[in-house]
Write a protein that binds this ligand. Structure first.
Ligand SMILES: CC(C)[C@H](C(=O)O)[C@@H](O)C(=O)O
Ligand code: SF4
Length: 416
């Protein structure tokens, strides 16, 4: 019997064939630490009386509350800079962007590699077939101290995305549909191996990152997209980096992209996924475009195309936060930002922004927000009863103009 993609990557690294259920110790390429977890990470290393074994393999990203929102945060970020200097570890400071986007841009996460992050959405790296996984401060500290980690090789769920995206739908809709089908705990500690076939191969790197980003919302240990299309142009892909034809899967699911409709995840669970048509008309107070899910250049392009020559509805706040400084520069250079600003959008510093409810767009009690992010839990963006609807950038853009949840097609009157 053959190996899944997760088994392939872990076998390669272990230097022997390993299968689901086995314990394995592997070297990691990069240990990524985010600002919010850095304090506990430093403390754990101190308790272990250890320092990073390979300083160049540790990256700390100041992104979750950037720039600092209060004195406590400012002190913690000062400590990050000092600690980074002292130990020779990379620090990506305020404004560089969201950890996952930064590691992809800096090519610190690469196909076939292993990246551990102190952040649950480290599954994002799987978009380029890099084994990315989130762990707690203790595991992350041990990995930094030793350059290795131990894992139980995960079982694999195979998800086949078939066909080209139906008009008006995006990778975000495909990702939400996947979470609906798998459910919030349907892939706990598993690898979700995504196969793009019959036209779906044309999904770009950015779209694949969106798919992999959401896999943790089904409980996945990692979410790996089998390399094809644009990925083959962007990276050298070794021959072994494909699952075997006769790999063993715990579960198999198929999603037909050609019949997909725009989706929205309704409060307060990510797997509470419905068609946009079902919540159409719901009034919103805020629209947020950004995050590690949908804050990339193509996302901003989609939003700008819909906002061009129009205005955000009165009383609606539209926040746009590019995922990284690179995205911000490109969106500035090509005029995208001007379009957004002329429509009435507000810009934030590249980073997580209000995704986690720490700053820059916290919601008041009873408020409703459409967000391009990945979590809509109770209290996630502020007040406990504020509602977050997760959607694609194009649904977010149309909603900002209408003032209520809708699609660009409905806005144009091309849909009933
Ligand atoms: C702060 C961080 C640890 C957290 C995570 O693990 O995902 C955050 O990024 C989130 O999205 O909830
Ligand atoms: S953008 Fe949101 S989901 Fe992504 S790492 Fe930041 S807080 Fe977490």
């Amino acid at each position: 019997m053959g190996l899944t993609l997760a088994e392939k990557i872990l076998s390669k690294r272990a230097g022997r064939e390993v299968r689901a259920g086995e314990l394995v110790v592997v070297e990691v390429d990069q240990v990524m630490v985010v600002d919010s977890i850095a304090g506990s990470f430093f403390k754990r290393l101190e308790q272990l009386q250890a320092t990073p074994r390979f300083p160049e393999k540790v990256s700390i990203v100041i992104d979750h509350v950037a720039p600092a929102a209060n004195v406590e945060v400012a002190k913690a970020q000062k400590e990050i800079r000092e600690w980074g200097n002292r130990h020779g570890c990379r620090v990506f400071d305020v404004g560089r962007g969201i950890c996952h986007q930064v590691l992809i841009e800096e090519r610190l996460a690469l196909p076939g590699g292993i990246v551990l992050g102190s952040d649950s959405h480290s599954t994002t790296y799987g978009g380029i077939a890099c084994f990315g996984s989130g762990m707690g401060a203790t595991d992350i500290a041990l990995a930094a101290a030793s350059g290795r980690t131990w894992l139980r090789v995960p079982e694999t769920v195979k998800v086949t995305f078939r066909g080209s995206l139906a008009p008006g739908t995006t990778a975000k809709d495909a990702a939400l549909e996947m979470i609906r089908v798998l459910t919030a705990d349907g892939a706990t500690y598993m690898s979700i191996e995504m196969h793009l076939v019959d036209g779906a191969e044309s999904l770009t790197r950015s779209q694949r990152l969106t798919l992999a980003n959401l896999t943790v919302e089904a409980g996945a240990k990692c979410g790996l997209v089998v390399p094809s299309g644009e990925i083959l142009e962007l990276y050298p892909i070794p021959e072994w980096l494909y699952p075997d034809q006769d790999a063993v899967y715990a579960k198999q699911v198929e999603i037909d992209l050609s019949t997909l409709t725009p989706r929205v995840s309704v409060p307060f669970y990510v797997d509470n996924v419905e068609e946009v048509a079902q919540v159409r008309g719901k009034k919103v107070d805020q629209v947020f475009v950004g995050t590690c899910t949908n804050g990339r250049l193509d996302d901003l392009h989609e939003v700008a195309a819909i906002l061009k020559g129009r205005k955000v509805a009165p009383g609606v706040r539209m926040l746009v936060i590019p995922a990284s400084s690179e995205v911000l520069e490109q969106a500035t250079a090509d005029g995208t930002l001007l379009t957004l600003l002329q429509a009435g959008a507000t810009l934030g510093t590249p980073g997580c922004g209000p995704c986690m409810g720490r700053h820059q767009g916290v919601l008041a009690p009873g408020e409703v927000c459409v967000s391009t992010s990945n979590r809509n839990f109770k209290g996630r963006m502020g007040a406990a009863d504020a509602e977050i609807y997760l959607a694609s950038p194009r649904v977010a853009a149309a909603t900002a103009i209408a003032g209520y949840i809708t699609t660009p097609e409905e806005l144009e009157g091309t849909h009933a």
